[in-house]
Design a protein around this ligand. Structure first.
Ligand SMILES: CCOC(=O)c1ccc(NC(=O)c2c3c(nn2-c2ccccc2)CCN(S(=O)(=O)c2cccs2)C3)cc1
Length: 232
């Protein structure tokens, strides 16, 4: 049985990434608004737009703390951000959703999201994903590293130096693999299950692209930042 050990450097790397990941949460006032009294579909949609926009701003800040990210080609940095923004948001959403919220809050939050003008065909896979992430009971280091692995996906559109991204992603995957073995010793397949969620995440982001088209048709407005990062 191979003795799995996280090196000093990997420990330091994990701390930088986890601290950066935890530094940004949904602004309390926005989250509170989501849980407050009745809202119309329009107001719910507006609130989600506001939250999604703040998530993108936080994503940009977070990536700056990924060791090695800022040494990548600048255009590749943009390509990685654009390519992973939706996936990172749904990963973060799943973690927000499955966090031990005060009882009843999860249901209210679910209700608001369901009543925000998003069509059922998108809502179902989204909540299935949230539940499947919740069942993993990831520790915060795993959440932060999984998001980092998602951002550092080499085969995003328009990435020129894929090798450089691959090297960074492999560094993160090695730490995540060891962490999974140490955190879930009874579940040798835990790391594989985690990576399997990234496949589910890609499917969700394809749904998202379709939804954007239908929202555009119903004349739903997005913020300039969301239009920029979602190419709408
Ligand atoms: C400051 C750090 O920010 C965060 O930590 C953060 C976390 C999660 C989110 N999540 C969301 O905004 C969000 C969305 C959906 N659900 N959902 C959600 C929110 C809370 C819990 C669980 C899920 C569905 C639709 N999209 S959308 O982008 O397609 C959209 C946009 C406009 C109309 S529809 C958004 C934001 C910020």
């Amino acid at each position: 049985k191979e003795k799995v050990e996280i090196t000093k450097e990997q420990q330091a790397l994990m701390k930088i990434i986890t601290d950066a990941y935890n530094r940004h949460q949904i602004p309390q006032d926005v989250a509170k608004k989501l849980l407050q009294d009745q809202y119309s579909a329009e107001e719910n949609f507006l609130l989600l737009t506001e939250m999604a926009t703040s998530q993108v701003q936080v994503l940009v800040e977070f990536t700056k703390n990924i060791p090695g990210f800022l040494s990548l080609d600048r255009e590749d940095q943009i390509a990685l951000l654009k390519g992973s923004a939706v996936e990172a948001m749904f990963l973060r959403s799943a973690q927000v959703f499955s966090r031990k919220m005060p009882s009843g809050h999860t249901e209210v939050l679910e209700e608001r999201i369901r009543k925000s003008g998003i069509s059922e065909e998108f809502i179902t896979p989204m909540f299935n994903f949230y539940k499947s992430i919740g069942e993993l009971h990831m520790v915060q280091e795993e959440q932060a590293l999984l998001t980092t692995v998602t951002i550092l996906t080499p085969d995003r559109p328009y990435v020129k130096d894929q090798q450089a991204v691959e090297r960074l992603q492999e560094t993160m995957l090695d730490v995540l693999r060891k962490l999974c073995v140490l955190q879930h010793p009874q579940e040798p397949q835990y790391f594989a299950r985690l990576l399997g969620r990234l496949t589910e995440l890609r499917t969700l982001s394809h749904y998202h692209t379709e939804m954007l088209a239908s929202w555009r048709m119903n004349d739903h407005k997005f913020t300039p930042l969301l239009c920029e990062i979602w190419d709408v």
